[in-house]
Design a binder for this molecule. Sequence first.
Ligand code: AGP
Length: 613
Amino acid sequence: MCGIVGYVGRRRVVPILLEGLKRLEYRGYDSAGIVYLEGGELVKHRSEGKLANLEEKMERLPEVESTIGLGHTRWATHGAPSERNAHPHSDCTGRLVLVHNGIIENYHTLRADLLARGHVFTSETDTEVLAHLVEEHLETDLVTAVRRALAQVEGSFALGVMWAGQPDTLVAARKQSPLVLGIRESGGCLMASDIPALLPYTNQVVFLDDQEMAVLRLGSWQVLRIDSGEAVVKEMQTVFWNAAMAEKAGYKHFMLKEIYEQPQAILNTFRGRLNPQTGAVELPEIGLAPERLAAVERISLVACGTSWHAALVAKYWLEKWAGVPVEVDIASEFRYRRLLLNEKVLVIPISQSGETADTLAGLRRAREMGATVVTICNVVGSTMTREAHGTIYTHAGPEIGVASTKAFTSQLTALMLLTLHLGRLRRTIADEEARALAQGLLDLPGLVERELPRLQAETAVIAEEFARSRDFLYLGRGVNFPIALEGALKLKEISYIHAEGYAAGELKHGPIALIDREMPVLALAPRDGVYDKVVSNVEEVKARHGRLILVGSEGDENLDRIGDRALALPAVHEDLAPILYTVPLQLLAYEIASLRGCDVDQPRNLAKSVTVE
Ligand code: AGP
């Protein structure tokens, strides 16, 4: 997620912008830029890579006297990381400049219309469209021009806008992407994506809500409704965070913050791609003609770790709903075995980072063998996205915690979108089934958002009982078997407890020898097509005095009857259970690791991106 900082006041603006952007670095970014008013003109400086590159640029310049400006760190979503794609972006005149965090869903159409009206673009970003839209309404004042431009926009935004025609004014606007104001007693006003950027200057803040905008000047600030322009009375709040805490937005760890960001990550991943009414999916960035996609004879999914678990889930979905045979490989195996690939095979490397060495090697082998390669990735411009034929981006935002959480549920969301897309192209999915899955996907963000606090409270209680365990067994069947693997991986990688995930039906083929009072077993038992089989499996665990945590459907009396502990989840389409059922397993791992005093965000021996073999 991008970082935004803005200031208008009596102090030199450049140091404030750079310091503010530095305090937002934890959000992850790939380029940075600032703009300030000097000599009646808006002066921009941008650089690719780390903020230090921009700071070096500014150090080589004479000290800037300006006291009004905007800064931005970019997490690329449209357009690869580069100086030309870095914010701020300008209109044709260079006298209107803005910074943006969010996704403009209808930017393709808007850009085409603006080009047809003679606008000249200098970047591949969706953001630049906004600058040209505002430009078209600047015959009035800046606030009216911004309101009229935003009336044409679909998607999410946090905006900072400046216009040389109103040199004393900053305009902020918010829809979905966070934006907070900071008010100084001296009359200075700030805006930022997150509180850390404000803390050195004030702890008096005003949170903008969706569809609100702010007009900031030295000594005055006002909040308006974007649609009506009516003034909104806002409450000033005092923030008692220290900067370190605030980087995590008050969460103790990035991992917990990212678990709670999952509703937004899932929403951002299907936003603008899924038609709620018909279940139709649009994936223009996949880079393949529909007929070529429909003609695919086999799919080969390649990944590591958590991303491999997402691939295992997708196998169930793609074979069931798209009628195409699917192979799943761990990338370190895939890259060395004899592969039978050709142009009729669609190879899909799945990777949060887009840099994992084994997965990247698999991608390259697939391309050498003439296969069509589409990657599912969370990092725009990462190596895999540049070497694949096409990319389906997850829009989870930067994932800082080493243990993957929101990226995983976003990968599953992207894979379900692909399943729906392929099922419709190949006419293997009935309309009502497509609509049911689409509606289930649309309902997920709200459902996860609502359940998170209760699930965290309940898993914290369970964690107290099991935090000292030495071993753990996770069981799941069907589409939830990979979630048992994922739950076990989450626990082992952050709490260092030995945990194994197993297909519940495999219990009798060995693991049941492990069951005794010392071996906790967590079983996933949603009411689905294999529910009865799972119940009989867990009865076997109980018969051998195993300690059982059952994760299943609300209203299922078996959960408390059979389980020593139970976690009940609301009803969800059985094929979407893997997304919902992952959440309590993430929280259980988090709570146990926290109780054990482990370094949750940076577990021992692990790296966020394994860029070596
Ligand atoms: C997941 O929690 C782990 N951090 C790890 O297994 C990770 O999923 C794996 O290294 C793959 O990373 P990637 O998705 O960036 O390719």
